[in-house]
Design a binder for this molecule. Structure first.
Ligand code: N01
Length: 565
């Protein structure tokens, strides 16, 4: 019997495997794809790249790895991030314990034997003490069931399941459904090839220019000369990555000062634009000023006034995840690119020849669904996960996900989730979040081995309190107020719950550390009465960093006021 079965070979599953092996545990990873990389294996659409700077969007656990790998661009393209994942898998000899082309369909806990049994679509049955989900937050594609889909004579693709051979749009009429990050990255490149491009927009998105560029040798050398310092600064930030942040409240400055500040931030570009003022996501009046600035930018770029107005979002800036683009709005100035507004009347159906919307048929040879994901819980729902008493996780989470610290859930002993709902996950740099979770889990498992405990599971009280805390803290931010995938609102019928933890990465880490220091407060163990003691060995030590009080957010302050559990 294995110590652990890990579901998914993205950045989470890979680091979990590496860490468990280091601590002398046996583990096997099961992966539906044919290689490592997770998100970066599946999302091969044109223009896919990360929007956190490459030198921070990478593992931080190995100084040798940091020195050995050199990123070519400020924001690495998908193929380079995939190559990095493959490099890591080879460097740390991970491939031999990863089973590819096998999708986990069932995972069941046997309470008598205290073990998990995991089954795949290839007929495998793997038995392990721990079941660790590394399934990703944005990995279950949302494919709306448009009427007439099966009648379409052309090809349909989802950005999150892109063909490995690529798609040639030359000479084609292309329809793109959706205007989120994936659409915004791919539309300029599709337009560059296609004969005709029609974009179907339900909600307009805010987007800030990436100003992507090749990384110059001097920048790379400067970072590599003291990589640990950059990593430490990143860990102290609410987002888990470092960028300049202005703490002055936006409304304390004059309109002219604000404009200058926004212009400067726009010139730097990317997600750090949100750092123009520290209260943009907490003060509606401040947010109105940045929203208007962004709309003015769109009106300044897009030449046709009617199209420009359609592209201007009217919701809170940064409430849905901010997009980062290269030439997105400029694309609408091209004569062969059109925009169809489906905000009031949804797409009616797919016909043999294209898309019918607003009573009109728009001809297309290829339809690209950039329609996003069943975020945070969708990848769990695809697997029949049964805990104590046969209850499935989907049944348990029918009214919204309940977790303790986003890494465990009552009724599912020895079951861990990497970046699960209720952890900072998508609101922080994913790889940082992953590493911190894995280190915490590894410490817990090593501790259980040391004290002879069989199972670990949160108490109902701890879970209830954590869910309430996650919900309470979310209310401090404007982000909780709009219909985004953060609250499950992009999928009809899902419960509306703010799923990620918005208290900020370092506050969250402090809470995880405190739980451990207090002898795994909020957890129950079976098999040992020595388990409620701090672990002897501590992988999580490297996460003990001081909060960067210069960038403390109202959400973090609210989170800090609440006791550990
Ligand atoms: O998905 P989305 P995404 N009819 O959900 C529309 C990360 N990411 O794949 O807003 C018509 O954001 C939907 O409309 P609405 C990042 O965290 C990162 O683009 O629901 N339209 C929306 O416009 C990101 O946030 C990068 O009204 C329909 C779009 O489809 C997350 O992944 C790159 C529809 C979906 O947008 C998801 O991004 C890419 C329907 N029936 C992704 N259903 C980086 O840069 C949905 N839509 C790192």
């Amino acid at each position: 019997m294995l110590d652990a079965v890990i579901v998914g070979a993205g950045f989470g599953g890979m680091y979990m495997l590496h860490t468990l092996r280091k601590l002398g545990f046996t583990a096997r990873v099961i992966e539906a794809g044919s290689d490592v990389g997770g998100t970066w294996y599946w999302n091969r659409y044109p223009g896919a790249r990360c929007d956190i700077e490459s030198m921070q969007y990478s593992y931080s656990f190995s100084e040798e790895l940091d020195q050995a790998w050199t990123w070519s661009e400020k924001y690495a393209p998908q193929a380079e991030i995939l190559a990095y994942a493959q490099h890591v898998a080879e460097r740390f000899d991970l491939y031999r314990d990863i089973q590819f082309d096998a999708r986990v369909e069932r995972a069941e806990f046997d309470a008598a034997a205290k073990r998990w049994s995991v089954e795949t679509d290839q007929g495998d049955r793997i038995v392990a003490r721990f079941c660790i989900m590394a399934v990703g937050c944005l990995s279950a594609a949302n494919k709306p069931a448009f009427d007439g889909l099966d009648q379409f004579k052309g090809d349909i693709y989802h950005t999150g399941e892109w063909p490995h051979a690529g798609v040639d749009f030359t000479g084609k009429r292309v329809a793109v459904i959706g205007t989120g990050s994936s659409a915004i990255q791919s539309i300029p490149l599709i337009a560059a090839q296609a004969d005709r491009l029609t974009v179907f927009q339900r909600t307009a998105s805010y987007s800030v220019p990436a100003w992507n560029a090749a990384l110059d040798a001097e920048t790379v050398e400067t970072v590599k000369a003291d990589y640990p310092a950059l990593r430490a600064k990143a860990r102290a930030r609410p987002t888990g990555f470092y960028f300049p942040f202005n703490l002055t409240p936006a409304m304390e400055e004059s309109p002219e000062q604000r404009r200058q500040q926004y212009e400067d931030a726009w010139t730097r570009g990317g997600l750090p634009f949100l750092g123009a003022y520290g209260d943009l996501l907490f003060d509606k009046t401040a947010n109105d000023t940045v929203a208007e600035f962004a709309r003015e930018k769109i009106r300044g770029i897009v030449k046709d006034p009617a199209t420009a107005e359609l592209l201007c979002p009217d919701n809170i800036f940064g409430c849905k995840r901010l997009c980062v683009d290269t030439g997105y709005f400029e694309t609408y100035n091209l004569p062969h690119v059109g925009l169809v507004d489906v905000s009031d009347r949804p797409i009616e159906r797919i016909s043999e020849n294209g898309i019918v919307a607003n009573g009109e048929e728009y001809a297309a040879d290829i339809i690209v669904c950039a329609t996003g994901f069943a975020a945070m819980t969708g990848a769990f729902d695809r697997i029949e996960i049964r805990g104590r008493g046969g209850l499935t996780l989907s049944e348990k989470w029918a009214a919204g996900p309940g977790t303790y610290l986003g890494l465990s859930t009552v009724g599912f002993p020895n079951f861990f989730m990497i970046t699960g709902p209720g952890s900072p996950s998508v609101l922080a740099s994913m790889i940082q979040s992953i590493e911190q979770h894995v280190d915490w889990m590894a410490d817990a498992m090593a501790h259980m081995r040391a004290v002879g405990a069989d199972t670990i599971e949160p108490t109902p009280e701890a879970e209830t309190n954590w869910v309430a805390h996650v919900n309470e803290v979310s209310k401090t931010s404007l982000r909780s107020t709009c219909s985004s995938w953060y609250v499950g609102a992009n999928i009809p019928g899902r419960p509306r719950v703010f799923m990620p933890y918005i208290g900020g990465f370092p506050v969250y880490v402090q809470k995880c550390n405190a739980v451990m220091d207090n002898g795994f407060e909020g957890f129950v163990f079976e098999g040992s009465d020595q388990a409620h003691t701090p672990p002897a060995y501590n992988m999580t030590e490297r996460w003990r960093v001081e909060l960067d009080m210069d960038v403390i957010t109202p959400a973090a302050l609210a989170a800090m006021r609440v006791p550990v559990v």
